[in-house]
Design a protein around this ligand. Sequence first.
Ligand code: MN
Length: 308
Amino acid sequence: MIFYDLIGDIHGHAHALKALLKCLGYTRNRGVWQQPGRQVIFLGDLIDRGPQQREVLRIVRSMIDEGHALAVMGNHEFNALAYATPDPEHPGEHLRRHTVKNRHQHHAFLSQLREGSAAYKDAINWFWQLPLYLDLQGLRVIHACWHPEHINVMEQLTRGSARLTPELLIQASRSDSPVYEAVETLLKGLEMDLPEGSQYLDKDGNPRTQLRVRWWDQQALTYRQLALISDHKRHLIPNDPVAPDFLPGYDQCKPVFFGHYWMTGRPVPLNDHIACLDYSVAARHGGKLCAYRWEGEKYLKERNFIWV
Ligand SMILES: [Mn+2]
């Protein structure tokens, strides 16, 4: 059995990545980071925001090419693909529109890779190869939400490869498609509609009727308990129970690792089987780049979290 080191969202922070690889016991050999008997699994969101996105892609791709790493797609790689892909039904547009907001979110990548250059096209081509999820012998990996029904949908549509095709990327960009709902949930996380007639005001004072969900919480039963929202606002959310079939649950047959959620504080497992490894390295005031050193265990251990 191969043992894995799982690494959370990097967002172009190559210095932190190299420091973390060193901490985990990897060394550089002819430019490629490696460690006998171990592989890294990157949890997606390699790009956007940070200062060294080319270097991060170089490190990750060389490790994957030489069999020292695996990776899944994050929502930022997905968005980059859709941003770069023309919309066949709307000439002159792209599957992700080049609005001021979308361009701004993607600006660091577009300028560091030089939009339209050979390096840019090469990066985009490579993103197609990233699977949406990995279900390996002893563990599972997803960028945002392990949702068995949506994974089944994508498993069928990709004939087991878990990789997007040009046709699937089009469907994933149309909000009335089941592929859209599946990819949104797997890569951007589960959301819920608040009960009829309720809303809350977000930080800009806009009324919202949808909320991100703490899908991993096996005890939470109500909108208030499940809301992914700061604790001082939690009382604004109704405490009604959510429909019992809304949450994906987790079968606990092996641990699952994900990133995406900008955790803070000391990294710990969320429960015995579920761990988030995104500790906000890209945050303005500085977060952590976090890894989990997995040695085949079914029950996650706090001491196996490592960060820089
Ligand atoms: Mn993400």
